[in-house]
Design a protein around this ligand. Structure first.
Ligand SMILES: Nc1ncnc2c1ncn2[C@@H]1O[C@H](COP(=O)(O)OP(=O)(O)O)[C@@H](O)[C@H]1O
Ligand SMILES: [Mg+2]
Length: 137
């Protein structure tokens, strides 16, 4: 079980992706890296969008107003590897039916395509966790 808290900033998406990549290599599950990177990228992008700042170089004033965190967790529960991303918003993820010419609205559809199941829960302590299961073998 690995848990990594990151600042809710756009650059943390890349950090989350690298972290998951390194863990899966260490856990000798390299065949999961591609799907897991995609899933953690989409989920952490959404978490940052919902609770974070839109720039990696905020002003001191913006920083003084407080910076939210997100938290990326990864664990194996046979036959799945489970990726979880917590953020401090109670707002649930909502899968949209994106039009072909829409810019966004595809992230969760991608997650659904690469994961066996996905969903969310609200811990008693606040915020929510969006999770996705990827088959290990
Ligand atoms: N972590 C989240 N917190 C709050 N709302 C979310 C979260 N993830 C997704 N959503 C909601 O679900 C919608 C669909 O997400 P997604 O498919 O990734 O598309 P996009 O991010 O391009 O809007 C988002 O627009 C947002 O309203
Ligand atoms: Mg998205």
């Amino acid at each position: 079980m690995s848990r990594l808290a990151l600042a809710a900033l756009p650059g943390s998406v890349r950090a989350a992706r690298r972290h998951v990549h390194d863990l899966l290599r260490m856990w000798e599950l390299p065949h999961l890296i591609e799907a897991a990177e995609l899933v953690v990228s989409e989920l952490s992008t959404n978490a940052v969008k919902a609770t974070g700042l839109s720039t990696d170089s905020p002003s001191y004033g913006e920083l003084s107003n407080g910076l939210n965190a997100i938290c990326v967790s990864l664990y194996v529960s046979e036959p799945y590897a489970v990726i979880e991303v917590w953020d401090s918003s109670d707002e649930p993820p909502r899968r949209q039916d994106a039009d072909p010419d829409d810019e966004g609205g595809r992230g969760l559809a991608l997650v659904a395509a690469f994961a066996n199941r996905w969903g969310y829960r609200r811990p008693e302590t606040g915020g929510k966790v969006v999770w996705a299961e990827i088959q290990v073998r």
